[in-house]
Design a protein around this ligand. Sequence first.
Ligand code: FES
Length: 119
Amino acid sequence: MRGPKIPAMPDTSYYKHHVFFCLNERTNGESCCAHQGAQAAFDLCKSRVKSLGLNGPGGVRVNKAGCLDRCAAGPVLVVYPQATWYSFVDEQDIQEIIDSHLVKGQVVERLLVPPNVGR
Ligand code: FES
């Protein structure tokens, strides 16, 4: 017997932009986002989003995540519901993602993770 159908995707999501930063740390010597500045980038993004008043329902939520399995592009973050994957290097990259994607809704093309990059 079949269970209830999963409802269709709503036109609107609870957050306009839900951002997940991989903060995974490996202790076996393999590369990981935690060893490439992910925590500082997360902290910067979280505080900047709050100071701009973007946080909250209908706005932006910034969350920690474990390994997102796209380590080869790390450090990475992903913005849902658009499923836009970014790789970043420094504070300027995070600022640009905030100012362009989260504030203006414009993708930062130069920071996109290529579709075929995985672990
Ligand atoms: S360690 Fe960050 S995506 Fe895997």
